[in-house]
Design a binder for this molecule. Sequence first.
Ligand code: ADP
Ligand code: ZN
Length: 434
Amino acid sequence: MIWNEEFETLPREALEALQLKRLQATVERVYVNVPFYKKKFDEQGVTPADIKSLSDLQKLPFTVKNDLRDNYPFGLFSVPMSRVVRVHGSSGTTGKPIVVGYTKRDIDTWAELMARTLTCAGIHRGDIVHNAYGYGLFTGGLGAHYGAEKIGASVIPISGGNTKRQITIMKDFAPTAITCTPSYLLHLADVAKDMGFDPAVDFNIRAGCFGAEPWSEKMRDQLEKIFNLDAVDIYGLTEVIGPGVSSGCLEAKSGLHVFEDHFIPEIIDPETGEVLPDGEKGELVFTSITKEAFPVIRYRTRDITSLNPTPCVCGRTFKRMERITGRSDDMLIIRGVNVFPSQIESVLMDIEGIEPHYQLIVDREGTLDTLEVRVEVNEKIFSDEVKQLESLERKVTNDIKETIGTTCRCKLVEPKSIPRSEGKAQRVIDKRSI
Ligand code: ADP
Ligand code: ZN
């Protein structure tokens, strides 16, 4: 099912005409209302009148996270505060928080986008949605909440944390859908098992939207099996609107449809800033074209992906972005080799006896980078002989070397010894920067 048939299946030509109209209005609005944009456009020698076609977007300057920090907290708002009905901030995964604002209409737009997202995952009126994204300044909780209400589902606004209580509620209220980070779903599974439940049998959940952090296809398989549900990957970032920027679909489970009637995606070469053609991998850039309080022009997300324009079996005409392997900030350069934590996750999840809880410790010995992969094993293996643990450690090291090309040290650790997250998991500890 499609939430907004009219827009989500627009033929490309009509979509592009709409995008151009909306882009022109946005560029005009920020030029007039936000001194930061006026200054940058003037420096680049471009005015709103120069945007005559979609390709003219490339004439505009990029916006980066530091621009948001420099204008902290409200400097980039393009409406007076009297029209701002809500503010949110990034969860601060990477440095000082950034602040964004929403008008009443922005909140409606966001609810619409999250209604589309939930529908993409097969969640409808009549569903009971266990919303375990954090409520607060973080966009996840309230974003999913408004979307779920808009489709007419019943929301349990449980937020993150207090995990045992979440399990009791999951049993008693029998939610049919769940929204949270993939790492928190994994944690919920573990706690449920400890409490004597089999999530596939004892709970009623059949669908879920998971995102806010990178996860692998292997992790999707595993989570679907544990809970006997359909898991859809959802993507968004505070700077652009929060969740609801793009969503996977139940029908294809391959890539995430970018809601292009609200956001124009571009892929650029992160080194040169050059725009790359569809299919090529690079840094994802967004221009929001309907937001009032906090529009962004060519915002560099630092997320690495590619765009796929081929039609999807679900009928949506929006381009799909590939699953995000990791943000460029998370990319580890270990002795010259680029490594994303999610690549290591994929290797680990193929090994029997290994649990999907891991942490990567990066350090430097002399001038040499070192990578330690700390990963949990199951109870049975942990209590086995030392010899077995050693041979499993060798297997992990070899498999990582073979698939990724990086030499690492593997340390198998006791079940439940790696810290669990209630929101985004912290997979990397980089001691080189301390
Ligand atoms: P913070 O920047 O503090 O983490 P946000 O919640 O705005 O706060 O984080 C947005 C970022 O989260 C994205 O830029 C991206 O790196 C990551 N992210 C969100 N959804 C996904 C997803 N489905 N897959 C991979 N990464 C994601
Ligand atoms: Zn689709």
